[in-house]
Design a protein around this ligand. Structure first.
Ligand code: HEC
Ligand code: HEC
Length: 350
């Protein structure tokens, strides 16, 4: 090459082309996003919540659990979700039904239970057969008279879904969906469902109507003697008792689980918060109204071997309240209704 200028030009061109052809630098990998820890706010006066060490709450876990709770994908024929039998406006019970009906049209034998403040309970179902919300959440999916699915089939549907693999990844940092992760997410969501803002919480005893104040006295004294089992801020001791119901079925409740004769006909004490919204009442939904429940404690107690010692007036059928006292007690119970909970947008179908 005679012309030095031409020589230089060709050198630059070569260098330039070389630069352009070089393989691009590998991109610096983005760090995997980690789930955002969620700090649950414990209402004043409530005990510490039971949160298993292996299932810390996260924003992503709760959002996933909420979606799963309302998604019929967990049932065998895609028709029933947890929310089908646990409706928010009824304190997460089943739409005023005594017994729930599963996907095959078969009716169960127990009343659907409220789900709120469940994070403070250490045994689930009327007979307490499951120790955690995680263990509980596995059961309805395979129950033949509920969602009647298998977990392998449910997990396959989730894994094949356009959104769930990413949602599980965001919540649990894995691409592999398992039934245990699904149950963990549902349990995280359930722990966020808190009810602590009833009229009584807001205004205290002094702010209640005269009738509700008189009802408070009946509730918290030997007159009605309700507080022993339905006490504390939770309005339940989360324990098992025989409250003197007439035995109408072979359902022996807690006795089935412990195998002890002394536990026959004991059932889990439900919270009395939001009781106005959760009819019908008792494990078998035998009472339609609060009036019927109060009549039971007042004059309808029936003796059986394991009746709770607190039901000490069973000889006369109960605590024998007057018609006015019954209305006062109901007025107090209605002061435990919490519409900020039944209307809370964080608990509804996403
Ligand atoms: C077909 C209706 C039905 C469906 C669907 C259903 N449940 Fe239930 N649920 C019930 C009934 C009935 C009980 C009480 C059963 C018993 O005690 O044996 C119950 C009890 C519970 C309890 C116990 C509450 C306590 O305080 O002990 C929890 C929690 C619960 N269900 C959550 C769920 C979740 C989560 C799902 C979805 C995975 C679900 N349920 C699906 C009807 C249903
Ligand atoms: C010895 C403990 C005990 C005492 C005392 C007691 N209860 Fe109960 N209560 C229970 C249990 C246990 C159940 C559930 C029983 C069942 O379904 O078999 C229950 C159920 C109820 C229910 C229905 C809840 C639901 O969700 O179905 C209401 C309402 C109620 N009690 C109100 C009262 C009132 C009002 C008093 C006082 C007059 C009272 N209880 C005293 C243990 C008790």
């Amino acid at each position: 090459m005679k012309n030095p200028l031409l020589y230089l030009l060709s050198l630059f061109t070569t260098l330039f082309l070389y630069q352009c052809n070089r393989a691009p630098e590998p991109p610096i990998p983005e760090p995997e996003p980690t789930p955002t820890p969620y700090v649950i706010e414990i209402p004043q006066g409530f005990p510490d919540m039971i949160i298993p060490d292996n299932n810390p709450m996260t924003e992503e876990g709760i959002a996933l659990g909420r979606k799963l709770f309302y998604d019929p994908i967990l049932s065998a024929d895609n028709t029933q979700s947890c929310g089908s039998c646990h409706a928010q406006e009824h304190g997460f019970t089943d739409n005023l039904k005594a017994f729930s009906v599963g996907i095959d049209g078969i009716e169960g034998t127990r009343n659907s239970m409220p789900i709120f403040n469940a994070g403070w309970s250490a045994s689930f179902f009327w007979d307490g057969r499951e120790p955690t919300l995680e263990a509980q959440a596995l059961k309805p999916v395979t129950n033949p008279i509920e969602m009647h699915n298998t977990w392998p089939a449910a997990v396959a549907s989730l894994q094949a879904h356009p959104e769930y693999p990413d949602l599980f990844k965001a919540a649990f940092e894995t691409d592999t969906i398992t039934k245990d992760l699904a149950a963990k997410a549902i349990a995280q969501f359930e722990r966020t469902i808190i009810s602590a803002n009833s009229l009584y919480d807001q205004v205290g005893l002094d702010g209640l109507s005269p009738a509700a104040k008189r009802g408070f006295d009946i509730f918290y004294t030997e007159r009605g003697d309700c507080f022993h089992c339905h006490g504390t801020k939770l309005f339940t001791d989360n324990d098992f008792h025989n409250n003197g119901l007439e035995v109408l079925s072979p359902d022996i409740g807690y006795g089935e689980i412990t195998g002890l004769d002394s536990d026959f006909f004991k059932f889990k004490t439900p919270s009395l918060r939001n009781i106005e919204f959760t009819a019908p009442y008792m494990h078998d939904g035998r009472f339609q109204t609060l009036e019927e429940v109060i009549n039971h404690y007042s004059e309808g107690l029936v003796f059986s071997q394991t009746i709770d010692p607190l039901m000490k007036n069973v000889g006369q059928g109960g605590v024998q309240l007057t018609a006015d006292e019954k209305q006062d007690l109901i007025a107090f119970l209605k002061a435990l209704s919490d519409t900020s909970f039944t209307n809370n947008p964080n608990y509804s179908q996403p």
